[in-house]
Design a protein around this ligand. Structure first.
Ligand SMILES: Cc1cc2nc3c(=O)[nH]c(=O)nc-3n(C[C@H](O)[C@H](O)[C@H](O)COP(=O)(O)O)c2cc1C
Length: 180
């Protein structure tokens, strides 16, 4: 094996799906792009890493809710642009022609054009590492959508698209919750 720069180690681990996170600050809705995400267990509890360098963070901290929206590969350029401008001076729903849809529980909107959406409440913030722990309270998927492939950030500006699905359900049966 050849030595890899330690500063690139995260690119070996990074590739969860890139998501959009919407917030509502009481007046306006906003969207940010996120790739630092983590599923914590079999329950709908997730961790994201973000902080006050983003405009979204103030709304996330104040109202303690958001929506995780799952975009697909056909939306990649939009997703990157959403993650390279700020809601402080841009109405991203208007600029990127995305449709906000009211959720059932939280004030942050779902994104109609995405494959799926999860309404979430903030249950914990670990300030030392900028970790925000979210609990999903409602989830939706668009069954009519043809493109279902998500994208995965390597972390250096390149992305990996979903490929083949491999089934090892039988091998994992003893470790999967019943009915999953
Ligand atoms: C592909 C991609 C992934 C990103 N992942 C994260 C992330 O995981 N956490 C984070 O804080 N910012 C992340 N960003 C940066 C934010 O999306 C960006 O700072 C955005 O402008 C914040 O918007 P806001 O200021 O309107 O909240 C990412 C950006 C891109 C393009």
């Amino acid at each position: 094996m050849r030595q890899l720069k330690l500063s690139r180690a995260f690119t070996l681990m990074e590739s969860g799906p890139v998501v959009l996170v919407t917030t509502h600050d009481g007046k306006k809705s906003n969207i940010m792009t996120l790739s630092w995400t983590m599923v914590l267990d079999f329950t709908p509890v997730f961790a994201i890493t973000t902080g006050e360098w983003n405009h979204s963070y103030a709304a996330l901290r104040k109202n303690r809710e958001c929506v995780i929206a799952i975009p697909t590969v056909d939306m990649l350029d939009k997703v990157v642009r959403i993650g390279t401008c700020s809601g402080a001076d841009t109405d991203k729903f208007a600029k990127f022609r995305l449709t906000p849809v009211p959720g059932k529980v939280v004030k942050a909107p779902l994104i109609k054009e995405c494959l799926a959406n999860i309404e979430c409440k903030v249950v914990d913030i670990v300030r030392k590492h900028n970790i925000v722990v979210l609990e999903g309270v409602a989830a939706y998927v668009d069954p009519a959508r043809k493109e279902k492939r998500t994208v995965h950030a390597v972390g250096d500006g390149t992305f990996i698209v979903d490929g083949r699905r491999l089934d090892r359900r039988k091998m994992m049966a003893s470790r999967l919750p019943a009915g999953l």
